[in-house]
Design a protein around this ligand. Sequence first.
Ligand code: HEM
Length: 155
Amino acid sequence: MPQGFIPGSRAPLGIDALLTATALSALLLAFSIFSVRVRRNYSRHRNLQRAISVLLLISLVFFEVSVHMHGWRAQAQGAALSDWLPPLLTIHIVIAMIAASAWITTLTLALCRFPKPPAPAEHSITHKKLALLTTVLIYLTASSGLLFYLLAFVF
Ligand code: HEM
């Protein structure tokens, strides 16, 4: 696979692309939550949540295609703490799958149940609980992915 673009890393292109998209999504998610909680800008929050979903979906498809075509293990060879990589990857994938299910549920219910344009409604109580769970899971996914990236391709 072509070499990635993050300086100081051995990672292939598909993995650098997913890492960049995840970091950008984490920042956009923080801004989206700020927009809804502090600014009460519900439409911007909805638009950002939709944009983050598209960004993550596109980068995940690109990542899957490139990793299946070219793999990543050759670039991780010689990594310090290489024994930790398989269990860490399993933990990361399990958290990521739960986070993706929570994200899809929260997004779909919000799009179906909030009024248009979006505003607080009967669905708010359920949405706030699901949103907290989803947000925690997304940040856990991002941090476990970053830890894996650093151990496999940087150190
Ligand atoms: C995965 C997608 C989403 C996540 C993670 C998310 C996250 C959040 C968070 C963290 C809050 C603040 C909760 C609080 O104040 O305790 C919130 C509030 C809100 N969200 Fe979302 N959201 C998502 C999608 C959407 C969508 C698509 C819409 C609109 C169709 C929407 C509409 C709202 C509204 C109206 C509120 C304010 C609820 C209230 O204060 O009564 N959200 N969301």
